[in-house]
Design a protein. Structure first.
Length: 331
């Protein structure tokens, strides 16, 4: 069948020989699907750690449901929980365990007896979702490595984006940013300067004062970054951070001159992290500032609302408690 041949996939089938027979027969005959077997829950976990390319786990436990519901939970919520889909095959007499199976995180639960074609299609759907999530993850990985590569052009900002991501995340946690936004803030920290890709090396690494014209080129990077990432669906939440990380609560920032409530929390956080890293590390045009001076300057920037005062406070508290873990303090 045409729609069964669009994917080349690796399937882990879990259960005793007798129990997996129905399912296994369906897949071993398809050349493009490579089947791996595991008899027990322990063996299945071992397999998942060994083989990296497994696209779906099919669990056919027969009547021994208990251990395999636990296995499902381990795969979906355990420490190394990945995005691997789990399709559970349930014996006719165990229909009442369906909700347990879903509660354990299974992506699908096929109640036997079920038509061959339906089992195939439901497994295929699970694989398709997995491959779609994989490609979204890949897109994010490409963008973040691009961000690191761009940073590498600037001789003085080594590690800048990683540190901005770390400080931003710590500030966000401290001021109670919801869990669901923490991933956004980390990625935002990593890619905030991605628009610098259009700034020529001689401007990026210039030791002397920048001319007004050169400054204008640099000041375009938030808009360029926004344009680069705009077409990517996975980057939508990050866009405000990229575009507005040089905005100031007092309205004197760029590129849009936002102020007050118009300037969202996440870009405000990254602005504080960005500024602190800029002054606490060496640049082409000046040495790193010692920590006490950094703290004093950050205080002044909070007073003038160039940075959000409550977020500067949060970062200063974090630095006070944890300076040695977070900052390589300037001389
Ligand atoms: Fe920037
Ligand atoms: Fe930056």
């Amino acid at each position: 069948m045409q729609h069964h041949t669009i994917l080349s996939s690796q399937i882990l089938i879990v259960g005793s020989d007798a129990d997996v027979k129905t399912v296994e027969d369906l897949f071993v005959s398809q050349a493009e699907w490579r089947c791996v077997r595991a008899d027990s829950a322990g063996q299945a976990m071992w397999r998942l750690r060994q083989e990296t390319g497994i696209d779906v786990v099919i669990i056919a436990p027969g009547l021994r449901v208990e251990a395999f519901v636990d296995l499902t939970r381990d795969i979906k919520f355990g420490r190394s929980a990945g995005m691997t889909p789990v399709v559970f095959v349930l014996e006719p007499s165990l229909a009442h365990r369906r909700s347990d199976v879903y509660e354990a995180g299974a992506d699908d639960c096929i109640q036997l007896p079920a038509p061959r074609e339906e089992i195939l299609l439901r497994v295929l759907n699970a694989i398709r979702i997995k491959q779609a999530t994989d490609s979204l993850e890949n897109a994010t990985a490409v963008i973040t490595s691009l961000a690191h590569a761009i940073e590498g052009r600037d001789a003085y900002t080594c590690g800048h984006v990683e540190r901005v991501a770390t400080y931003s995340l710590e500030i966000a946690k401290r001021v109670g940013v919801p869990e669901k936004d923490l991933g956004t803030i980390r990625i935002g920290g990593l890619v905030h300067d991605i628009g610098k890709v259009v700034v020529p090396d001689q401007i990026l690494n210039k030791a002397g004062r920048l001319t007004d014209q050169e400054m204008d080129v640099i000041k375009r990077h938030p808009i360029v970054g926004h344009e680069i990432l705009m077409p990517l669906r996975t980057m939508q939440d990050v866009l405000p951070i990229v575009r507005w990380h040089h905005e100031k609560p007092n309205g004197r920032g760029y590129p849009d001159g936002l102020s007050g409530d118009d300037l969202p929390l996440l870009p405000r956080i990254v602005a504080v992290a960005d500024c602190f890293d800029a002054i606490s590390t060496q640049r082409a045009y000046r040495p790193a500032m010692p920590l006490p001076e950094c703290q004093a300057l950050m205080g002044r920037l909070a007073d003038s609302e160039d940075l959000a005062p409550e977020l500067v406070n949060a970062l200063m508290e974090i630095i006070d408690q944890d300076a040695h873990r977070l900052v390589e303090v300037g001389a």
